[in-house]
Design a protein around this ligand. Structure first.
Ligand code: BGC
Length: 767
């Protein structure tokens, strides 16, 4: 029977039957036909209006309702994080969906709403399913009742690309279980400015680390992009927004093509090569041209140079911003024109697209073939994801997948591996002798450990720091002095109360940092659109630390934050510093396990921590002349260096060996080193390999990470760690921006951080 059907489908396609006749199943609905044929068949049946609709996205109904309730119309106009379509009702949106004029929704947060909107699309003439997009940045955390893993900066601190893959795979399953098909992650931007509020959603400052994490994340989400457990990845934001001229999100980026190619392109190119089938443009202008109308980026580089075959989506209202912000288009229609002709494929989001793009095509300014190009790519993904066969998710089954024990365990493991010990005067791990412990600080007992890009989750699914401490050390008496969640509105009397209590206990734990939760959009201090002109602790937090530490009792500082904080003064006052980032649902447990030595910390910094805002730009992989004339009065050294992080054991590096002294340009070099756990506790060491091209035709960084690995070592154990340096790792862009490997000396550095004192060095020569 099946083969007869297949035969029928093939014949009908050969005859190009545009099937409106009853009983004839159109080719595009045949799941066994090749995707390309299904796409062409469907495209041939679509009206121009339907095609343009496929290129458009809307926010979901509940999102609109929530925005309407919580903000005034005036606020809605200027608040780009909420969506509202003046003069356009929810009925209008439903009718548009039923008419097959909406291609995608975003910010739909429940399976019920997703299935409902999909049921509307299924009433349309051609029944083209909706693709639902969501910012599943660290788990599908933006929607309630999903596993919340650490944010990307924490994940990067584990230097564990396999973990990135695993989390992405699990996230894909949780997404599909609630009818979500497309995640706006990984963010593969390279961070160059901690004032920028979005550091937490990136993998840090090193292009190689970002690249390795990004590749595995893309692969984890997409699988073979063919099954019911796969979702579409979206590498973003292209490009330069992570080095905004003043640190604020969406501000201009003014970057040389050399910097763009050396620093910002590699992770995107690698994402494309890893098979990412969607990409999001960046809010900012790049060297005077907004990214959303930048044909060099979209067409020349992405399509022609890199052969990107997926579709390009705009970021939130950014095509509109060509007109109402960048002012490079005189009106909306011109903005749509510029963006489409530069290469955009899908519009996030809004009501004017369908009408104005239709006019542009009818006027002959945008060829219909250009529309077809974009629609083909979007439809191909919908077919590959099986949406035509499985437009709905099972509401009965959904909670069997989401938050399942395996996923919860991964969230805990990832948190354990993401927390960095930066200072330890010997107090950690804590012994049972501290019977009475003061716990205080804005993040001591708050869900804020979930981080940016997370909805409020049920209490029972989050372990706060205080809860974690009680759980891991049940015999200790923890006294909690609540400082509220809001760093900007701390009360002096609460600070004083903590200072008084500190005198009566054996130990103080201050859990400080920033506030990231999205539901308090205008009150937070870190996250998207939440940039700072300094990197100090906000509010009375420094005072709290100072006063508590003045008790003379040992004090531990834990930082919950999505960006590096210049906590130099606070660090001097405390006995230990733990950088916990945004550790996710089990963050409190993982922190407590580390404090009490149940887990030996292993994570390392994926970003440099400057002492002050004045040191910015402070990156480890700077050019040789950066500190030729160091700062006067203040230090030119970072507070903590890239790759740095302590453990409860010690590691010794010996016998750095290279396979040769001289190689030709296309040969590999094998690197071996012995690493010994010289302490008393088992641990995991993150072994890092850096390179420096000693003399070169264009300037090169003083060192660049080129490889890393996590090595588990029992107390006393030695392991040989092996790396291969392949020729691509020696590449630079010459004066004409051509990639070349130049002859001469290369210095190999292997060790436990990017600091010179932590590295063994050997040289080899390229002939
Ligand atoms: C952000 C994107 C995000 C989009 C949808 C924008 O404001 O810049 O990263 O994917 O919103 O939520």
């Amino acid at each position: 029977m099946k083969s007869i059907l297949v035969y029928f489908f093939i014949i009908s396609s050969l005859m190009n039957i545009k099937s409106t006749a009853q009983n004839v199943v159109p080719l595009y609905k045949n799941s066994e036909a090749p995707v390309e044929e299904r796409v062409e068949d469907l495209l041939s049946r679509m009206t121009l209006e339907e095609k343009i609709g496929q290129m458009n996205q809307f926010v979901g109904i509940e999102h609109i309702k929530a925005a309407e309730v919580s903000l005034t119309e005036e606020q809605l106009k200027s608040n780009t994080a909420n969506a509202f379509y003046p003069g356009f009702s929810i009925d209008d949106l439903e009718n548009l969906t039923k008419s097959g004029l909406v291609g995608s929704f975003l910010h739909v947060l429940t399976i019920e709403e997703a299935n409902y909107l999909q049921s509307l699309a299924m009433k349309s003439r051609l029944q083209i399913p909706i693709i639902f997009g969501i910012d599943a940045i660290h788990g599908n955390a933006n929607a309630p009742d999903n596993t919340v893993y650490p944010t990307n900066i924490g994940l990067a601190s584990s230097f564990d690309a396999d973990m990135a893959y695993k989390i992405a795979r699990q996230t894909a399953k949780e997404m599909r279980a609630m009818n979500m098909h497309w995640t706006f992650n990984p963010n593969v931007e390279v961070v160059r400015d901690p004032r920028w509020g979005r550091v937490g959603e990136t993998y840090g400052e090193d292009p190689y680390l970002v690249t390795r994490m990004g590749i595995q994340t893309v692969k984890g989400y997409q699988g073979d992009l063919n099954g019911e457990n796969d979702v579409l990845a979206c590498i973003k934001h292209f490009v330069g927004g992570s080095e905004p001229i003043n640190g604020t999100n969406g501000a201009p980026a003014d970057l040389s093509e050399r910097t763009i190619r050396e620093v910002f392109f590699p992770s995107f190119k690698a994402g494309v090569n890893a098979g990412a089938m969607s990409l999001m443009m960046s809010h900012n202008e790049l060297n005077g041209i907004p990214c959303h109308s930048n044909d060099w980026l979209m067409t020349d580089v992405l399509r022609k140079e890199w052969g990107f075959e997926g579709f390009i989506v705009s970021d939130w209202m950014d095509i509109e911003h060509l007109y109402d912000l960048h002012a490079t288009a005189e009106n909306l229609k011109e903005a749509f024109y510029q963006s489409i002709m530069a290469g955009i494929d899908m519009h996030m989001h809004g009501i004017h697209w369908n009408e104005l793009v239709l006019e542009l095509v009818k006027e002959g300014r945008v060829p219909e073939s250009r529309i077809d190009e974009s629609v083909r790519k979007i439809l191909a993904i919908k077919f590959r994801l099986g949406l035509f066969e499985h437009p709905f998710a099972d509401e009965e089954f959904t909670m069997k997948i989401r938050l399942n024990p395996e996923h919860r365990q991964t969230a805990l493991d990832a948190a354990r591996n993401s927390i960095i010990l930066l200072k330890n005067d010997g107090i950690l791990p804590l012994s049972e002798k501290y019977k009475n412990v003061l716990v205080t600080g804005i993040n001591a007992n708050d869900m804020n450990i979930l981080g940016d890009w997370s909805a409020i989750q049920k209490d029972e699914n989050v372990i706060t720091v205080l809860e974690g401490l009680k759980m891991i050390s049940p015999n200790t008496r923890f006294e909690f002095v609540d400082q509220g969640w809001d760093p900007r509105n701390m009360l002096p009397e609460k600070v004083n109360e903590a200072a008084e209590k500190a005198k009566c206990v054996d130990l103080n734990i201050v859990v400080a940092g920033e506030y990231m939760m999205r539901f308090r959009w205008t009150e937070r201090t870190c996250g998207e659109d939440t940039d700072r002109s300094d990197i100090d602790l906000v509010g009375l937090q420094n005072e709290l630390i100072e006063k508590v530490a003045a008790s003379g009792k040992p004090t531990i500082l834990i930082l919950i934050t999505g960006r590096p904080l210049g906590v130099e003064k606070a660090v001097e006052k405390v006995d230990a510093l733990v950088q916990a980032w945004e550790p996710g649902m089990y963050g409190g447990q993982a922190i407590a396990e580390i404090l009490y030595g149940k887990v030996n910390p292993s994570a390392k910094l994926p970003v440099t921590i400057p002492r002050s805002v004045g040191q910015i730009q402070m990156i480890y992989n700077h050019k040789p002349s950066q500190y030729f004339h160091p700062y006067v009065v203040t230090s030119s050294e970072p507070l903590y260096s890239f790759g740095y992080g302590l453990s409860y054991t010690t590691y010794k590096y010996e016998n750095l060996r290279l396979s040769g002294l001289e190689i030709s340009k296309d040969e590999n070099i094998e690197v071996n080193v012995d690493v010994t756990n010289t302490g008393k506790m088992d641990g995991v060491e993150i072994v890092q390999l850096y390179l420096r091209d000693k003399f070169s035709s264009t300037t090169r960084p003083v060192k660049e990470l080129k490889d890393f690995t996590r090595v588990a070592l029992k107390a006393g154990e030695t392991k040989n760690v092996h790396f291969t340096i392949t020729p691509d790792k020696l590449m630079l862009f010459d004066k004409d921006l051509k990639p070349v490997v130049e002859k001469g000396e290369f210095i190999v550095m292997v060790g436990s951080s990017s600091r010179d004192e932590d590295l063994l060095k050997e040289s080899f020569y390229v002939k």
